[in-house]
Write a protein that binds this ligand. Structure first.
Ligand code: PGA
Length: 264
């Protein structure tokens, strides 16, 4: 648990900066929808339904194959869901950061729990991928989060310390952190705002230890895990996050646009 002074300090800084900083809404489509036709319809419907505002940046992460097929809009950019850590080579089935940039990606999700769980990605690989993304000017969104029964602070400290190892202050300007407790992903069992606030403050405290308080205040921290249009604003307002990372609810244009418009 964080002490009262830490909580207040970050709270005050966050409030001060909030009016100036953007809110980020990331849509992680995972391996959906079923085909390109459906992907185009979904993307265009989202584009049509979102209100234009300077306050929000939307980052839609479709399957990489379709990055080239979808044209970003005024507040909508594209991101990839993963990248390889090498620039080229004998890595069957993989895509390099440069290939993703050429296809239109500006952001890339790295270390999503599904990749950690199903593809065996550890913190060292995550670290290599973040460095490779940054070398190619892809902005990495580093996902961190504990499994049910694990201690949040222990897991986050390890994932942040190893995941960000060797990154300089300048590189950190393009890094995003997404707190996604694994037990909340796709379960409908979203994290309570107070617990999410503890995670925000713990991430800021860890970044302060690794870098500085100045930098900790600048790195955007997002919440992900069963975000819907009836809970998204609690993460920004109560948990002091800079936005949300949405999986399932980003696959319905109406619901996803509502999340975006509610935050705007
Ligand atoms: P969810 O997924 O919103 O469906 O819980 C979030 C994620 O996996 O990033």
């Amino acid at each position: 648990m964080l002490d009262f002074a830490t909580n207040r300090r970050f709270g005050q800084n966050r409030q001060k900066m909030k009016s100036m900083s953007k809110i980020f809404v990331v849509g992680n489509w995972k391996m959906n929808p079923k085909g390109l036709k459906e992907a185009r319809v979904l993307f265009e419907s989202i584009k049509k339904s979102v209100k234009k505002t300077d306050k929000i940046k939307v980052i839609i992460c479709p399957p990489a194959l379709w990055l080239k097929e979808l044209k970003p809009g005024a507040i909508i950019s594209l991101g990839a869901q993963n990248c390889h850590w090498e620039a080229s080579g004998a890595y069957t089935g993989e895509l390099s950061p440069r290939m993703l940039v050429d296809a239109g990606a500006e952001y890339v999700i790295i270390g999503h729990s599904e990749r950690r769980q199903f593809m065996g990605e550890g913190d060292e690989i995550v670290n290599l991928k973040i460095k490779a993304a940054l070398r190619t000017k892809l902005k990495p969104i580093l996902c961190v989060g504990e499994k049910a029964g694990e201690e949040m602070s222990l897991v986050l400290e390890r994932q942040l310390t190893t995941g960000l190892a060797g990154l300089g202050v300048n590189q950190m300007k393009d890094v995003f952190i997404a707190y996604e407790p694994i037990w909340a992903i796709g379960t409908g069992n979203n994290c309570l705002p107070d617990n999410a606030l503890s995670a925000t403050l713990f991430i800021k405290k860890t970044l302060t230890k690794l870098y500085s308080r100045f930098l900790a205040d600048k790195v955007p921290v997002l919440y992900g895990g069963s975000v819907h249009s009836d809970n998204e604003d609690t993460y920004v307002k109560q948990a002091r996050m800079d936005g949300v990372l949405v999986g399932g609810a980003s696959l319905g244009a109406k619901e996803f646009a509502k999340i975006i418009n509610d935050l705007g």
